[in-house]
Design a protein around this ligand. Structure first.
Ligand SMILES: [Zn+2]
Length: 48
């Protein structure tokens, strides 16, 4: 699970940027708490 107290993604592990694209939350990614079964993310426009 991502950090539910994360100010960026609020525990979702990703968030929508101001330009409307969805990006992975690196704060949670680096903390190693990312949930791997994020099927719905595959259709999203993820820019690493
Ligand atoms: Zn986060």
């Amino acid at each position: 699970m991502a950090n539910p107290n994360c100010p960026k993604c609020h525990g979702k592990g990703f968030f929508k940027k101001q330009d409307g694209s969805v990006t992975t939350c690196f704060d949670c990614l680096m903390s190693g708490d990312m949930d791997q079964h994020d099927e719905n993310l595959k259709d999203a426009d993820i820019k690493i």
